[in-house]
Structure formats: structure tokens, C-alpha cells
Ligand binder design. Structure first.
Ligand code: ADP
Ligand code: MG
Length: 683
């Protein structure tokens, strides 16, 4: 049997020897397939431009004669600038190239050249990127540009890829069956690879790209959907039937009626818990949409059926807040709730662990202290993680493993844009709380410059005088927690002086011990502290309904999702709440983000905008996103295709022809090589 061309070593490509192979290794290019699918990241379009109509800053390509002796000026260390005048039609323009002094010898007065670069209309200058002697031939007008690195140049890549195409281009495996290609009018694989490297025109690039995007997404979603299918089939869960009278008991004990969305989500969870499959559900609900009550209702229902339950949260503050609410709801109904946090130690800890193991605790609330090895449940039936995006995949899995096939519900208050939700959480079922409790008023948000601080503090004071409380969030310095703390200390000092003898100003930051944090929080909760200066530790989940004022320093340093989270700390009572963003953004993007915050309270709208402005990597933090590196596809711009691919993949893994027809063998083989077929695991 022939080895398939894609799997051959790049050493089989003419012109690539040991030495070059080693260089290419640096770009992780090891096989012919790697090389052929190392696509250009952009194209240089040498379509000749009429400078009279070209826009300022536009990329142009022009042909003309060199009109002045090219000269090179050296400056700095190893820097130089080559420049000459050039007659393009009847325009005399200046051409400059940076650090390409070596080109000078190839140029002579009167010679004809083709130059591409950026056109400066006002100075009549082209800052060049490409230079060709003579008039470029028509069919060469679009040139691929590869992302190069150190010793591997775009030119080397171009040569190696051309060579590989010549040798192997004619017999590339086609993963997409003809029926699929016809349905979506997609180019075949061979044409696609050819066009991406040696494009015949802009339209062809578009078509080739469209085909590759679909292929990449289909692979990705097949893995995802297969994973989901295997999860369902292999991990049988326990079936717990929650009686509706228990849910009724719980809801009628609440001082408020549930929203329709809350009721719907509870039913969705009940259905999952009852199914023989392990639950894999994500509950998304904007800040303040009332996730905790939903969690409590479900936990209560499961407890009533004789199981233990757990609720895991990312911070101690949040653990304690949840403990308080859950105790207030569940203890009157005769259920026992205990806290397992990092500060639980010694004898008390041993006692609680023993009681947990004996099944005498119904609900364990805690931080990741809950997943330590010596925490043993007698019969954990159901677990919930709140603010789940803050936990790593492993921590979530560990919690699940605490019970035998325990069902786990993931909750998050970071609304995830639809586009990312279906890609990152494509293997999960998603519930959405898209309705706020009726009494909630939208928070009024203002953007102020830092030099308006005095006025802002006057505004804060007005609220305080009416018996309200305020949060003041300190500047964020990503690199150093120490500096964050220093900022908090400074702001605390300023505000303490300002509100002296009138209001008490508290201070919260990550360097406090958990007892100290408790005290600070307690004092704010009891309104002994009226102003709480804090780093972002209060970002998640904290609930003090009497606080109506939120001031955020250097707001432009925060992402929109985080600002929205912070803002969600107010507006939790029935009074009108306010948020003031203090920011002097330097960029248009920064100003745009402040404007968006003042315009909408809807977390889903914000998250979509955030994604557009920052890209998917930044949205979750690059590592957390769980997104593969696509070669061509882009989850934001190509999301429609992603949805199509997802539907197709989901139908395929359930279909007979996918598993049996020869047309699908390339796709099946791919899933085999990634291990997705055997273990149902995503890498
Ligand atoms: P989040 O979704 O941000 O976690 P919480 O669960 O903390 O929101 O709920 C915010 C506040 O709204 C809490 O004080 C909670 O008791 C209250 N709440 C939840 N559901 C309702 C409802 N249906 N009607 C009125 N208030 C509610
Ligand atoms: Mg919450």
C-alpha cells in the first residue's frame, strides 16, 4: 500500500533536505499534509491601480520608470531606508523601502519596475512592501503571503509548497463526499488547495476559502458531536425522579414567584436528572437573572429523593453568600447545608467530613476545597458549579467523579456569545435564563473622565445620604496582584479622607485572609460599612441589595464582560441603581467600549460586541477557550458555516451512511487518527 501523500514526511518533497526539514519543524510542518495546508495568511493583490483614484492609505501596485538615482540612508543600529522617485503615468511619486538597502544594486535610473505598497496621497509617497523588476505579468497579479518565522521566510515556504503541489497536488484525499460538495457548491479538495496557494483570482480565493472553512468546521464538529454521543452512551447516569410536589413545596416557600424562564429551566434540569444518561448542561443566565434559586430548587428536589448534593463556586466570598441564601431556603424545609471552604480546618473539618461520608449532610457548598481527595460523599446524586468558566476542565471532571455518575449542572453568568457557545460548548446542552425578575430596573450607566472624580463623589454621597451603599472598584493591573492591592490601598485612603466622619469606607482585596474578608463583607452586608473599596474580587456573585452605586476606576482596562459582571453587583434591590465608569480611553476601540456599556444592560448583546472588538482568544483568555487553531476558519466571521457544520455533523454521527459508506472513509479515518472514535475523547 502506498502511504497517503498527506502523511509522508516533508523530506519526500523535492528540494527539502534534512536541513530545511529541521527549519520547517520549527513551524510544526512535518508532513506533506502540514505543508500543503499551511495556507497564506493574506494575499498581495498586484492589480494595477490608478493613483489618481486610489484612496489614502490604500494598498496599491503601480508600474513605472525610476526617475531619480536610488539612494540609501543608514540610521540607528542596522536600519536603513531606500528611496527613489518614480514616474507613474504622469505622476511623479516617491517610493521608500525600509531596511531593504540591498535592493539598490538591482535598480538603475530609467529602469521599469513594479512596486506595491501603501499609498500616501498627501505626500505622494508609496511605502513599499514588494518590488519587481520590469512589468509584472498579468497572471501573477495575486501573490500569497505566508506567515514566516525567523529563519523560515515566506519565500522558502512558497518554493517548498509549490514543489509539494507539483508532486502530490494531483492526488489529495477528498474528505467531503460529492453529495455534500454539490449541496453547498464547494470546490473539490485539489482545486481548493491549488487556489489557496496559487490563486487565479479574488473570486477563486473566496470559493476556496469557503470550502476549507466548511471542511475545518465539519472535522471540528464531528469530533464534538461524537464526543457528545459517546458521553451519552458510555456514561450512564443514575435516574432520579424528582416529584413535582417537592418543587412546588420549595417554590411556594419563596417570598417571590419564579419567572417563566426560571420555571422552564428547572423543568429542563429535572428532565436531565431523570434520564439514564449523565447530564451535561450549561445554564447561562445574565447577572441577576436568579440562577441561585433555580439551583436551590433542583438541589432540593434531588435531596428529597434521598441523595446528597454539592455546589462548587470559585471564591470564598461567593461560597459564603451562597451558603447564606441556601441555608435560608433549605433549612426551614428540614435540609442540612454546610460549608467546605479553604478556611475549614482541624477538628471541625474532620467532623464535617465524617458527617458528609455518613450522608448526614444534604448539601455541601464550597470552593475547590470540595474536590480534595479526602472529601467523600456517601451518595452524591447531583452537583452544580457556579461561574463555571472560572474552573478548569479537570476541576469540573473531578467534581463529577465524586459521585457515581452524578449529574452535573454548570452555571455561568458570563453570557457567552452564541457563536462561541456552539463551538466551545458544542458538546453541551444549554439552558438560558433570558428573563429578569419583574421588579428589576435597568442600571443607569455613565461614563466620566477621571478629572470629574469630585462630581462623581458628590453623586456617591447623595446616594449614601439616602441610606444606600456604594462599591468603588480599583484600577486593574493585570501583571501584578501586588500593584492591584497598592491601588486599592491608595483609593481607600483618598475616600477615607473624603468621607471622614460621615461614612465608613471598607477595603477588600485578594491579600486579606479569609477571616478578614469575611469581616469586611459582613460589615458591608450589615451596612456598618457604606463604601466598599475593592479589587475585582467582588466581581463574581456577591449580593448586597442595598448597594445602589458602583464606581469603576480605569474602566477601559476591563473587558466588557467583566465590567458587566462588576456592574451586576448593584441593581439587586428595588431601588434605582447607578454605575459610573471612570475612564480616559486612548483608543477609539476603548471609547467605543465605554459607549456600549452606557447603552445596554443586556449581557448577551455586550458579549457579542466584546467578541467582535476583542476576538475569541481574548474573550475567555486564550488557553481556556478550548478552541482549536483553525487554519482558515474564523469562528466569529464564519459562524453561519459553523452552525451548518454543527447540524451536519450531528446528523452524520447518527446516520448509517456515515459509518458505512466508502465516501465517508476519509472523515472516518481522520476521527480514528485523532482517537475520537475509540475513546470518545477530545484532545
Ligand atoms: P444570579 O443569576 O446573578 O446568580 P441571583 O441568583 O443571585 O442572581 O439572584 C439575584 C437576586 O434576585 C437575589 O436576591 C434573588 O433572591 C432574587 N431573585 C431571584 N429570582 C427572583 C424572582 N423570580 N423574583 C424576585 N427576585 C428574585
Ligand atoms: Mg450567581
Amino acid at each position: 500500500m502506498n502511504i497517503r501523500p498527506y502523511e509522508r514526511s516533508i523530506l519526500d518533497v523535492h528540494g527539502i533536505g534534512e536541513e530545511k526539514a529541521k527549519l520547517f519543524e520549527g513551524l510544526k510542518l512535518r508532513t506533506v499534509g502540514d505543508l500543503l495546508e499551511y495556507f497564506p495568511f493574506r494575499y498581495e493583490d498586484y492589480k494595477l491601480k490608478d493613483l489618481q483614484t486610489a484612496e489614502h492609505d490604500e494598498r496599491v501596485t503601480v508600474v513605472g520608470a525610476i526617475h531619480s538615482e536610488p539612494s540609501v540612508r543608514y540610521y540607528g543600529k542596522k536600519k536603513n531606508r531606500l528611496s527613489f522617485r518614480m514616474l507613474v503615468g504622469r505622476l511623479l511619486v516617491t517610493v521608500t523601502f525600509f531596511n531593504r538597502g540591498f535592493l539598490k544594486n538591482q535598480l538603475s535610473l530609467g529602469a521599469e519596475v513594479t512596486v506595491s505598497g501603501k499609498w500616501d496621497r498627501h505626500r505622494m509617497t508609496i511605502t513599499g512592501t514588494e518590488l519587481h523588476k520590469g512589468v509584472m505579468q498579468q497572471e501573477q497579479t495575486i501573490e500569497p503571503v505566508y506567515s514566516a518565522s525567523g529563519t523560515v521566510t515566506s519565500k522558502m515556504l512558497k518554493a517548498a509548497i509549490s514543489s509539494a503541489l507539483k508532486q502530490f497536488g494531483a492526488d489529495l484525499p477528498e474528505p467531503l463526499p460529492e453529495a455534500v460538495r454539490t449541496k453547498y457548491k464547494l470546490l473539490n479538495k485539489q482545486e481548493t488547495v491549488q487556489e489557496l496557494h496559487h490563486p487565479s483570482g479574488q473570486h477563486a480565493i473566496k470559493q476556496a476559502r469557503r470550502r476549507m472553512v466548511y471542511e475545518e468546521f465539519l472535522y471540528f464538529q464531528l469530533k464534538m458531536q461524537l464526543f457528545k454521543k459517546n458521553q451519552r452512551e458510555q456514561n450512564s447516569g443514575q435516574s432520579i425522579y424528582i416529584k413535582s410536589e417537592h418543587i412546588h413545596t420549595f417554590t411556594s416557600s419563596l417570598p417571590f414567584p419564579l419567572t417563566n424562564a426560571q420555571q422552564r429551566v428547572i423543568q429542563e434540569v429535572i428532565k436531565d436528572v431523570a434520564s439514564p444518561y449523565q447530564m451535561n448542561r450549561l445554564l447561562q443566565g445574565d447577572v441577576g437573572s436568579g440562577k441561585t434559586v433555580v439551583a436551590a430548587a433542583c438541589l432540593y428536589g434531588v435531596i428529597c429523593e434521598g441523595y446528597q448534593t454539592a455546589l462548587m463556586v470559585p471564591t470564598e466570598i461567593l461560597a459564603e453568600q451562597h451558603l447564606e441564601s441556601l441555608k435560608s431556603w433549605l433549612e426551614p424545609l428540614g435540609k442540612r447545608v454546610e460549608l467546605f471552604s479553604g478556611s475549614l480546618k482541624g477538628k471541625r473539618r474532620r467532623e464535617l467530613l465524617e458527617e458528609l461520608a455518613e450522608g448526614r449532610i444534604d448539601l455541601a457548598v464550597g470552593t475547590h476545597a470540595l474536590i480534595q481527595d479526602d472529601v467523600i460523599f456517601k451518595n452524591l446524586g447531583f452537583a452544580i458549579t457556579d461561574e463555571q468558566h472560572r474552573f478548569g476542565v479537570n476541576q469540573r471532571r473531578q467534581l463529577r467523579n465524586k459521585g457515581q455518575h452524578a449529574d452535573v449542572l454548570f452555571m455561568t453568568a458570563t453570557p457567552i456569545p452564541r457563536t462561541l457557545a456552539i463551538s466551545v460548548f458544542g458538546d453541551m446542552d444549554v439552558s438560558i435564563l433570558d428573563e429578569m425578575p419583574a421588579w428589576r430596573k435597568p442600571i443607569e450607566t455613565y461614563w466620566a473622565k477621571h478629572d470629574m472624580l469630585e462630581r462623581v463623589l458628590g453623586f456617591v454621597e447623595k446616594e449614601l445620604t439616602q441610606g444606600r451603599q456604594a462599591y468603588v472598584i480599583c484600577p486593574l493591573i493585570e501583571e501584578s496582584e501586588m500593584l492591584d492591592v497598592q491601588n486599592a490601598l491608595d483609593v481607600h485612603q483618598i475616600l477615607t479622607d473624603y468621607f471622614k466622619d460621615r461614612f465608613h469606607v471598607g477595603l477588600m482585596h485578594g491579600r486579606l485572609t479569609s477571616e478578614e474578608k469575611d469581616q469586611v463583607m459582613e460589615s458591608f452586608d450589615q451596612n456598618q460599612t457604606q463604601v466598599l473599596v475593592s479589587t475585582t474580587v467582588v466581581e463574581v456573585g456577591v449580593n448586597v441589595p442595598n448597594a445602589t452605586m458602583m464606581v469603576i476606576y480605569d474602566a477601559d482596562r476591563f473587558g466588557l464582560a467583566q465590567l458587566h459582571q462588576l456592574r451586576g453587583r448593584v441593581g439587586r434591590g428595588s431601588a434605582q441603581s447607578y454605575c459610573v465608569l471612570l475612564a480616559d480611553p486612548k483608543t477609539e476601540n476603548g471609547r467605543e467600549r465605554m459607549r456600549i456599556m452606557t447603552e445596554t444592560n443586556d449581557g448577551f448583546v455586550l458579549s457579542e460586541r466584546d467578541l467582535e472588538l476583542r476576538g475569541p482568544g481574548d474573550f475567555f483568555g486564550a488557553k481556556q477557550s478550548g478552541l482549536p487553531d483553525f487554519k482558515v476558519a474564523d469562528v466569529v466571521h464564519d459562524y453561519r458555516t459553523l452552525e451548518v457544520a454543527r447540524q451536519d455533523a450531528s446528523a452524520l454521527v447518527e446516520s448509517n451512511h456515515f459509518w458505512n459508506d466508502p465516501e465517508y472513509s476519509v472523515l472516518r479515518d481522520y476521527l480514528k487518527t485523532t482517537g475520537a472514535l475509540d475513546q470518545g475523547k477530545l484532545d
